[in-house]
Design a protein around this ligand. Sequence first.
Ligand SMILES: NC(=O)C1=CN([C@@H]2O[C@H](COP(=O)(O)OP(=O)(O)OC[C@H]3O[C@@H](n4cnc5c(N)ncnc54)[C@H](O)[C@@H]3O)[C@@H](O)[C@H]2O)C=CC1
Ligand SMILES: O=C(O)C(=O)COP(=O)(O)O
Length: 523
Amino acid sequence: MLKILITDPLHESAIEILKEAGEVEIATGISIEEIKQKIKDADALVVRSGTTVTKEIIDASENLKVIARAGVGVDNVDLDAATEKGVVVVNAPDASSISVAELMFGLMLSAARNIPQATASLKKGEWDRKSFKGMEVYAKTLGIVGLGRIGQQVAKRAQAFEMNIVAYDPYIPENVASELGIKLLSVDELCAESEFITLHVPLTTKTKHMIGKTQFDLMKNNTIIINCARGGLIDENALYDAINCGKVKAAGLDVFEEEPPTKNPLISLNGLIGTPHQGASTEEAQLSAGTIVAEQTVKILKGESAENVVNLPMVPTEKMKKLMPYLVLAEKMGSMSIQYLDNSIDIVEITYMGDLAKEKTEMLKRAFLKGILSPILLAGVNLVNAPVIAKNRNIRLVEGIMAESDYGNSIKIVARGKNDEISLIGSIEHKEVVFREINGYRMDIKPEGTICIIKHIDRPGMVGKVGLILGEHGINIAGMQVGRKEPGGHSIMFLDIDHMIPEEVMDEIKKIENVRAVRAINI
Ligand SMILES: NC(=O)C1=CN([C@@H]2O[C@H](COP(=O)(O)OP(=O)(O)OC[C@H]3O[C@@H](n4cnc5c(N)ncnc54)[C@H](O)[C@@H]3O)[C@@H](O)[C@H]2O)C=CC1
Ligand SMILES: O=C(O)C(=O)COP(=O)(O)O
């Protein structure tokens, strides 16, 4: 009999579906040590956001085949550890979009009209009609950060309130925004123009604290900010100060950097209203998320394929084994391209060179697209769905082959965004991915961890100036390469560094004379 372990509250209908596939054990609110014990002989683990599925937990399992996340964000599941162990991870990416969008309006209207404070006063027996004067949302500007599934649902509903909608999402094609009647802005412009701001991006190294002191300083007085995505998107200390000084009239938070927010000073502020991570907690969303992942779990346990697979642990065929290092190469090239351009990609030319020109390259194309999409969509992109998601995001891909190459079996890509382009040639050396050319500069880079790319004019002392700034901030440089085409011309500097570079340090480097652009890339 198969064993299915459930460690977070799940909809009854989902439990019923799972019972048909095996013996179900429901153990919510248990410690990591208890999960490690219980998972030993489990075939499936079903969670929501309450359980952090660490490598330690995954490694403690002996039979585990599937981890099901009954919701959207898989940031609580160690995907690499699952893939390494051959465990499939599934989620339900669309199930709660409408519920989250509706909660955002609940919080927005509550904040605008002081509904929670007025209710509390009423319950105390008071009849205070003066203290809770609010503001209309009609004709006000709503700034939506992240125009994905939830952001678009929010936009549609905001139109009914006749709000003026602007958005920040550099990776969304302009026509998607214009069809929704939305003006795309930079995040700083959005902060300066909006009366209401709502966040709908995933938490990544790039989005962490994307709303901090600089953005609060740009806001109008009495801005209302709503966060139903992830706590870490807002610098909570900066929000505390912004509420206290009147920049922010009210914040409506469903999510917090640390949950539950027991020691969070924000909670005591009158300008803070909130809910305990309730975005997906509706009958409809839970029924949908629960049954979707339960059905997927049953399919995987039966050895069938499922639709919402987040990772793709494959048992490679002999042919695939040969291509495997090139799949990693293609994915890293995709990841590098999107992070370098930091904007939507319109067209990619991909050329398979050397013996790769004779291979079936469909999987390489898919791996490249997965590389482009994963840094911005975080979860839910895999080799199966990457081409469809890319098509929906208007990414055009042109493939070609070339028998001759300076680097043997290698891949060349040229990716064009709105304002810039990148070309890369990569190959495999001693089983490792190596980037051999970047924008026509010969290089020898093993793309791993954090890379800082600096475009500059070739002048004496550039390396020293950059090194000094990084050193002053305690950032260690593990390796460095500089490429130039001719003395005194355009150059490119690659730094292999130990940590992600904070935004303010990037800004300092940007200010060095003759520096043209700075990018921090995480691979
Ligand atoms: N409060 C709750 O209970 C729930 C919260 N969520 C959270 O909501 C968030 C959004 O979910 P979805 O809309 O389904 O995701 P999605 O993947 O459909 O959309 C995210 C959008 O963010 C954009 N984006 C990525 N990086 C960006 C950046 N650096 N700057 C600006 N835009 C960027 C992407 O291009 C994409 O359009 C996720 O973090 C998810 O975990 C989801 C469900 C329930
Ligand atoms: O689906 C998500 O990303 C959520 O944040 C919802 O989390 P939950 O399933 O309610 O614990």
